[in-house]
Design a protein around this ligand. Sequence first.
Ligand SMILES: [Zn+2]
Length: 358
Amino acid sequence: MRTATNAVIALTGLLGALATTAQARPFNDPRSERIPAIEADTGFANQPRDPACHTSTLASTGGALPASPSTLAIRWTGFANFELSYKGQIVLLDAYFDRGSNFPSLGFKAADIKRANVILIGHGHHDHMSDAASVGIRTGATIVGAPLTTDKLLAQSVDPQKIRSVSGREPMTLDFGAFKVEPILGRHGDPPKTLVDAFGAALRATTPKLTDEQLTEFAAIRSRGVQDPRVRTEGTIAYLITLDNGFRIMYRDSGGTVTDFEKSAMERIGDRVDVALVAVSASYLNTETVPRALEHVRTYRPDVYIPAHHDAAYNNLWRATEPLFQAVKDESPNIVTASRGYREPICFNTEHNISRKR
Ligand SMILES: [Zn+2]
């Protein structure tokens, strides 16, 4: 059963092996296989393993990129950070890596990131962009974000030539080799105040206070993000990413309500997406997070749903993903849900995608 529910995963560059192993294993999604990074037996006898799909080293920190041109590797690296690697290119979604001593380690530091082609920033709060400038400058990556976000990058000495400022209000496509990116104005999450206050009080009462050093550290990290209230309404961008073969990814780094811009983008493509990478709303209670996740899933209609922004500092709470998965599957039994630890790859054979009718 574990194999069936954890279905998603490692496709690798082993296309020849795919058909047979896929048939041999009971899961819903034809593109996916169990991830051998966390099981000893790959099921691919006599086949070389693609390190991009079997190791926890990011491609951007020196790890392997997928060997096969049809393999997309997705790694979650805390909060709404993801690394996408495909056809020799690396796209980072959000950039918040050096989170401070009050957070569990991601297993790498911002300074370890040596290679990236593009960085897409969903919104300018520090927990989404605090390392965007340093990583962008070191890698030479092009950085995309709303004006509020890109102004902050300019203030941190990022080369203006490397910045693309997008409002998400007009249909537009940015071309990055095998990745086509459409920025769409989304909306930041807005958890009910009563709930935030109540949980805040409970957490303050039950967890150690931050030390003075940690407060100083936090202030420095926070200063590399935007605190403008307009981030909620005009600074939160969802990205529809389409690979050169039609494989589609929707990325949304905050759990707010779906906007008309998102609805019309989905109408325009007249389709569903293959993968949705979507932030869980910040409302803690499943009675609040589940309806929001269902709203996202009903809009993007993904084959595979991968949650984001569900981890937390040591003095906070992780947001539960299983109730979301259950609710999503109660409504759409064929949706594959997947959540992995930091840096663990999820690989897709992108040749099998919705636009090609699989
Ligand atoms: Zn935010």
